[in-house]
Unconditional design. Structure first.
Length: 209
C-alpha cells in the first residue's frame, strides 16, 4: 500500500508541477496588466495609436502625430457663410473687376404677351443670363466645401454688375412673385453667373401687316 500511495503522490505532484509551469506565465502577465492598466489608460489619452507590421499597438509620437493632426485639419472645408463673409469684406462694387470685363449674355424669349398697332410697341417676357469673371470673388484658396455658391438678389446688389440695358425699350422690370426672380451663382474661381426673368415693353420699328 505504501508503494502504491507513493506512486500516486508522485503522479499528482508531477501533474501539479506541469500545470504550474503552464499557467505561471499567464498569471504573471495578468498581474502585470492589472498593475499597469491605469498607466495604459493615461497613455491612451495622451497619444494616438497605430498598428505595427506585427499586429501590435504602439503610440504615435513626434512628427508622425503632428502630420496626422495636419492631415485631419486639411479635411475640414469652408462653408458658404464663411466664404461669403470673407469675399465681401473690403469688396468695392463700383470698381470694374480687373480693369475690363468680358460679359457673355444669353436671352431666351418666353412669351410675347401683347402687340399694339396703335402705339407700335410690344410686350414680352424674357429670361436673361449673364456671365463674367470677377477675380476679387475667387475663393479657391479657402478650401470650399462646394465649387459654387447659390445666392439671391440681396447678395447681387453688393456686387459689381454689367448693368445691361435694352435700347428703344419703354419699360423693363424684373418679375416678382413675390420676390425678385433672380438666381445668382459664384464659382470658386470668381466666375459670376446670373439669371433673371424680365418683363419688357419695347418700341417696334415697324409692324408687319
Amino acid at each position: 500500500m505504501s508503494r502504491l500511495f507513493k506512486a500516486r503522490y508522485i503522479s499528482i505532484f508531477l501533474l501539479l508541477t506541469t500545470l504550474l509551469s503552464i499557467f505561471a506565465p499567464l498569471l504573471s502577465r495578468c498581474t502585470f496588466l492589472r498593475r499597469n492598466s491605469r498607466h495604459l489608460r493615461r497613455l491612451s489619452r495622451l497619444y494616438d495609436w497605430e498598428v505595427t507590421e506585427n499586429g501590435d499597438l504602439r503610440p504615435i509620437m513626434g512628427r508622425k502625430k503632428i502630420e496626422r493632426s495636419i492631415s485631419s485639419n486639411e479635411k475640414q472645408c469652408a462653408n458658404d457663410s464663411y466664404i461669403l463673409d470673407n469675399i465681401l469684406k473690403g469688396y468695392n462694387k463700383h470698381k470694374i473687376p480687373g480693369g475690363s470685363v468680358e460679359v457673355a449674355v444669353e436671352v431666351w424669349t418666353q412669351e410675347i404677351t401683347a402687340v399694339s398697332d396703335s402705339t407700335q410697341d410690344f410686350q414680352l417676357d424674357l429670361y436673361i443670363s449673364e456671365t463674367w469673371l470677377d477675380p476679387s470673388l475667387n475663393y479657391e484658396w479657402m478650401g470650399p466645401c462646394k465649387q459654387n455658391l447659390s445666392l439671391n438678389s440681396v447678395v447681387l446688389e453688393k456686387l459689381w454688375t454689367p448693368n445691361s440695358c435694352f435700347i428703344n425699350s419703354k419699360t423693363a422690370e424684373i418679375h416678382k412673385s413675390p420676390f425678385p426672380n433672380i438666381f445668382l451663382l459664384i464659382y470658386a474661381n470668381g466666375t459670376v453667373w446670373t439669371n433673371y426673368r424680365l418683363k419688357l415693353q419695347g418700341i417696334s420699328c415697324w409692324i408687319m401687316a
